[in-house]
Design a protein around this ligand. Structure first.
Ligand code: DGL
Length: 262
């Protein structure tokens, strides 16, 4: 299985996958050379992801791809599915799930600018706005704060509050928040604190649907264990990458290496 993201966001998904499928082997790509995807063009994202999948497929016998990134999924998944003939699973802001559990019908949706602009999100927001008030925050900064937190680098709480200002100013706050970027799962506590939310707030990070699809495909694939190790590949070697290594320990990768994705 190949799983990838521009940064650490996909690791939050991988953590759950390891719990549900403890024997699965995987290659994780951290495309940190071009982080964040959220400020790239659609053309760039599609081209980049095709390059990644083709490159990895040439080296490793992967037979399933998990796009652990809402930005790539909303912008490129349908295109990628037409390009490759093996299962590719994406992750999307799950507005349907939010609608099912909200009580006050005020739903918060926070995601990267590209995810919010995508026709997938725009269409769903339009449909769901008949019965709910959907309060959107579109930000390319929050993923960077998550990257800092994981590395134990100090980040400004004020910056976080600034990002969340549209919700802070609401007289009635959302009772359900869709974390439409895999990075944001790491910031649940900080988001809750900054907004002074009660503990009954619902966070939806959409991983259930992705994991359900993965489970289905794994059932269908007779031999999905083509890879015998867990490998972590990064596309840029810098100080910032070194600061991540400690966090990676708990994922028990057998190999951590650089890959040229150009
Ligand atoms: N983790 C990615 C997502 O789910 C986005 C971070 C980025 O902008 O690269 O959208």
């Amino acid at each position: 299985m190949l799983i990838f993201d521009s940064g650490i966001g996909g690791l939050s998904i991988l953590k759950t996958i390891k719990m549900i499928f403890p024997n699965i082997h995987y290659i994780y790509i951290l495309d940190n050379e071009v982080f964040p995807y959220g400020n790239k063009t659609e053309h760039f994202i599609i081209h980049r992801i095709i390059t990644i999948i083709k490159k990895i497929k040439k080296i490793y016998p992967i037979n399933i791809v998990l796009i652990a990134c809402n930005t790539v999924s909303t912008v490129a998944l349908s295109f990628l599915k037409k390009t490759f003939n093996f299962p590719i699973i994406g992750i999307f802001p799950d507005i349907n799930a939010a609608e099912k559990i909200t009580k006050n019908h005020i739903i918060g949706l926070i995601a990267t600018k590209k995810t919010i602009q995508s026709s997938y999100t725009q269409k769903l927001v339009y449909e769901k706005s008949f019965n709910n008030a959907i309060k959107i925050i579109s930000t390319n900064q929050l993923a960077l704060i998550a990257e800092k937190k994981i590395r134990k680098i100090a980040f400004s709480k004020l910056d976080l509050k600034k990002i969340l200002t549209p919700w802070l100013n609401l007289s009635i706050k959302p009772d359900t928040i869709i974390l439409g970027c895999t990075h944001f799962t790491f910031l649940k506590k900080e988001i809750k604190e900054s907004l002074h939310l009660s503990s009954s707030i619902n966070f939806i990070d959409s991983r259930q649907k992705m994991l359900f699809a993965l489970q289905n495909y794994l059932h269908k694939l007779k031999n999905h264990q083509n890879i015998q190790q867990n490998i972590f590949l990064y596309s840029k070697n810098d100080q910032y990458l070194k600061q991540l290594l400690f966090f990676l320990k708990k994922y028990q990768f057998n190999k951590i290496a650089y890959i040229n994705l150009n």
